[in-house]
Ligand binder design. Structure first.
Ligand SMILES: [Fe+2]
Ligand SMILES: [Fe+2]
Length: 358
């Protein structure tokens, strides 16, 4: 066996690849959908905005961005506080999986499609996500723990979503991705002594890619008014609640990471929700009331229940099973409580397009 196959074999079974492959309620998933139905979308109703956005993507403003430069400081992985190292690796692996999940879905749409507009869009988006995932994986590679993305494509379970659910979930994850990256970037711009890894310096141009991807899904949703009215408003509310709640629980599992950044997790999450809500008014007729008195206390309860569920699962046996089941019931009740907070209603603007403003 030569050195290269040795490395590949090691990557196939290494811990980060196993982490990325695992399917849990909170891990980023891989998606598949009805590609033929998506291929039938007609973008004529949004043609002007569409052509403008696609021209921007074709010009590839971030072509040279995802390369290490002199700004990439050396990192002492071995000397990093073990708790921080563990959570930071978890953050990188989860981000890399999420980026790569977009890459896989978008590439498949491009491969299967016949519709010129759709294939062009998904081609550009998979190009961007491949760069994003690759760049994060480079950072992991420096620590000797890169995720084997080829293995992941084959081994990870794919979740089927009908196209409209792909629009809601993917639109939100692109916009929330933008809001997360820009909020960390601005925070570290003001507090450079907290920047414990160079990758954060790349977040500004990076998040503009995510912003554009979100714009594309906003336009796709605008091609059919039924997607954002009637019973679908209840689905939109479901996805908003699920995406926000997942982010809250996931972020709270990384106290050392946020401590190192000097970020209060509740502040950060609320800030990201606020930005995402403000942006999502471009296409969604509702936003969640994140200032409602029930919002934060219920998220805290949900987070506690999720931790207990995990503990029960680890403990095993009858005691563990009972703990897990009871915690699961509490988590479900908390989710219902969040979902039933009355939403704020809006009339989305006539013109859907936005520019990144944060
Ligand atoms: Fe991305
Ligand atoms: Fe994206």
């Amino acid at each position: 066996m030569n050195a290269l196959t040795d490395t590949r074999a090691a990557e196939a079974v290494n811990e980060t690849t196993a982490m990325a492959t695992e399917t849990t309620l909170l891990n980023p998933r891989f998606y598949t959908t009805d590609f033929d139905e998506m291929d039938r979308i007609d973008v004529t109703p949004v043609r002007r905005d569409w052509d403008e956005l696609l021209a921007e993507m074709a010009s590839d403003p971030n072509k040279g961005h995802f390369r290490k430069t002199a700004d990439w400081d050396a990192i002492d992985w071995a000397g990093m506080d073990p708790a921080l190292r563990k959570e930071f690796v978890d953050f990188l692996v989860s981000s890399c999986t999420a980026e790569f999940s977009g890459c896989v879905l978008y590439k498949e749409m491009k491969r299967r499609g016949r519709n010129k507009d759709i294939c062009e869009l998904f081609g550009y988006m998979s190009r961007d996500e491949a760069r994003h995932a690759g760049f994060i994986n480079d950072a992991l590679r420096e620590a000797g723990i890169a995720v084997n993305l080829g293995f992941l494509t084959k081994a990870k379970k794919y979740t089927y979503f009908r196209p409209k659910f792909i629009y809601y979930a993917t639109y939100l994850s692109e916009k929330i991705g933008y809001a997360r990256y820009i909020t960390i970037f601005r925070h570290l711009e003001a507090n450079p002594d907290r920047r414990f890894h160079p990758i954060f310096k790349w977040f500004k141009e990076w998040c503009n890619d995510e912003f554009r991807h979100g714009e594309a899904f906003a336009l796709l949703m605008r091609t059919d008014p039924r997607l954002t009215s009637g019973v679908n408003v209840l689905w939109i509310k479901f996805f908003l609640t699920a995406v926000y709640a997942t982010m809250w629980v996931r972020d709270h599992a990384r106290p050392a990471f946020h401590e190192a950044l000097g970020v209060d997790i509740e502040w950060y999450d609320q800030e990201v929700f606020r930005k995402t809500s403000e942006i999502s008014r471009q296409v969604f007729p509702i936003t969640l009331d994140i200032d409602h008195p029930r919002w934060k206390p219920t998220l805290r309860r949900l987070e506690k229940a999720m931790v207990d569920m995990e503990d029960g699962k680890k403990a095993g046996g009858i005691g563990g099973w009972m703990k897990k089941t009871w915690a699961g019931t509490r988590a479900a009740a908390a989710f219902v409580s969040l979902y039933t907070i009355p939403a704020r209603r809006h009339t989305p603007p006539a013109s859907v397009r936005l520019q990144p403003a944060y």
